[in-house]
Design a binder for this molecule. Structure first.
Ligand SMILES: Nc1ncnc2c1ncn2[C@@H]1O[C@H](COP(=O)(O)OP(=O)(O)OP(=O)(O)O)[C@@H](O)[C@H]1O
Ligand SMILES: [Mg+2]
Length: 378
């Protein structure tokens, strides 16, 4: 029986734990708070700060796992790089380390020749303003250390007060204590996609059918699969995803994000783990992104990825902070044909925290179902 140490125990970790347990694994779920979603289904739970070097080292040593599987970005990656001499890090310590911050993966993508938005970095307000003046473009400013759109702003060209505000917003919402932002050309894309890409030890790299998604303020709200056709652009994205994941090495599922504008496919960013937009594969595919990640980790063959039905999902987000809350009207949603609600069972709410989602056959039905849900707080 393989022992998995899961670093991060959110909704993605919960589904991965279920997939791993179905294949006979023991899962130790870790996070910084108690009763996190994955802890509710794992064999054992550990609560500690995964950015703390000493704590992470000590817990890995005590747990003695066959595989260390990061599920979030906020992890001390130096520890993972050291541990890789004696343990398997999924997909690889290099992949986890390079993707922890936006700058290193972006630089690597550009180095291997993938098209990206024009970008530069700044480590102070003065540097940001200088780059912003030079670029003369509508830009997106993001902390290099953040996720789910935190600290992100869009700034029009010729609007210095907004550029200044963007710096402060980024610094206030970043992880870590060394301010650094990326200033990126705003891409007026037609749509954006995630390509779930699986690198296998015992076989070739395989892909899930492409997911298209919508983000609000940099945070995922809606994704769909099997409901649209990218034509030849899908193969173009696959080729780019193969190139960057081959460069990162290791085995597992990656979420590779692209913008599509006309006939251009532009690399955006990458997660070396299941992707939030890919929760939809629980509804659409024979093997979900979590089942596929589990198989790649355990070196089990993946003989077939089939879209069993097309679908869309819409997230349910909290609108305020509360020690407890209730998701209302799940019965109304479940009464709709082919619609399913999913509750993440997070213990508390805070503004925009993702608490659940609804699955439906198409975007319009997913929006309709989401509209029936209400959240009460106490
Ligand atoms: N250069 C850009 N041009 C246009 N839109 C952008 C640009 N950069 C980011 N966005 C929008 O913001 C979203 C979030 O950005 P990005 O994926 O870089 O950040 P993130 O915080 O890592 O998000 P997540 O963790 O949810 O993937 C993108 O999916 C896209 O909708
Ligand atoms: Mg993203």
């Amino acid at each position: 029986m393989k022992k998995i140490m899961l670093l991060g125990s959110g909704e993605l970790g919960r589904e991965l734990t279920i997939s791993l347990k179905r294949l006979g694994c023991t899962v130790v779920a870790c996070d910084r708070y108690e009763n996190a979603p994955a802890m509710q289904v794992a064999d054992q739970a550990l609560v500690f700060d995964m950015l703390d070097e000493a704590q992470l080292r000590a817990h890995v040593q005590d747990t003695d796992p066959d595989f260390v599987v990061p599920e979030i970005e906020a992890i001390n990656t130096q520890v993972l790089l050291d541990l890789e001499k004696t343990r398997t890090i999924v997909p690889s310590a290099r992949a986890v380390d390079l993707t922890m911050n936006r700058d290193r993966i972006r630089d690597r993508a550009a180095e291997i020749g993938l098209p990206t938005a024009k970008y530069t970095y700044a480590e102070s307000l003065d540097e940001l303003l200088k780059s912003y003046r030079d670029m003369k473009l509508r830009t997106v400013v993001k902390p290099v250390m953040s996720s789910s759109g935190k600290g992100q702003s869009t700034v029009e060209a010729d609007d210095e007060p907004s550029a200044q505000a963007a710096w402060h917003h980024a610094v206030e919402n970043m992880r870590g204590d060394r301010p650094k932002v990326i200033i990126e050309e705003f891409i007026d894309f037609d749509y954006e996609i995630t390509l779930l890409t699986i690198r296998q030890k015992n076989g070739e790299t395989v892909f899930c059918p492409v997911l298209r998604h919508e983000q609000v303020d940099g945070d995922f709200k809606l994704s769909e699969q099997g409901t649209f056709d990218m034509g030849a652009l899908e193969a173009k994205a696959q080729d780019m995803a193969r190139r960057i994941t081959d460069d990162l090495q290791g085995y597992g599922l990656f979420g590779v994000e692209f913008f599509v504008r006309g006939q251009e496919v532009i690399f955006s960013e990458l997660s070396p783990r299941p992707h939030d937009t890919g929760l939809l594969t629980l509804y659409t595919q024979n093997l979900s992104e979590f089942d596929l990640h589990a198989r790649a980790i355990l070196n089990l063959p993946i003989s077939d990825i089939t879209l069993l039905r097309s679908g869309a999902c819409h997230t349910i987000n909290a609108t305020q902070a509360a020690d407890s809350y209730h998701i209302e009207n799940m019965d109304k949603v479940e009464a709709m044909p082919q619609v399913e609600a999913m509750h993440f069972n997070k213990p508390t709410a805070y503004p925009n925290r993702r608490l659940g989602l609804v699955f439906a056959p198409d975007v319009a039905t997913a929006k309709l179902a989401r509209g029936k849900i209400a959240i009460t707080y106490s």
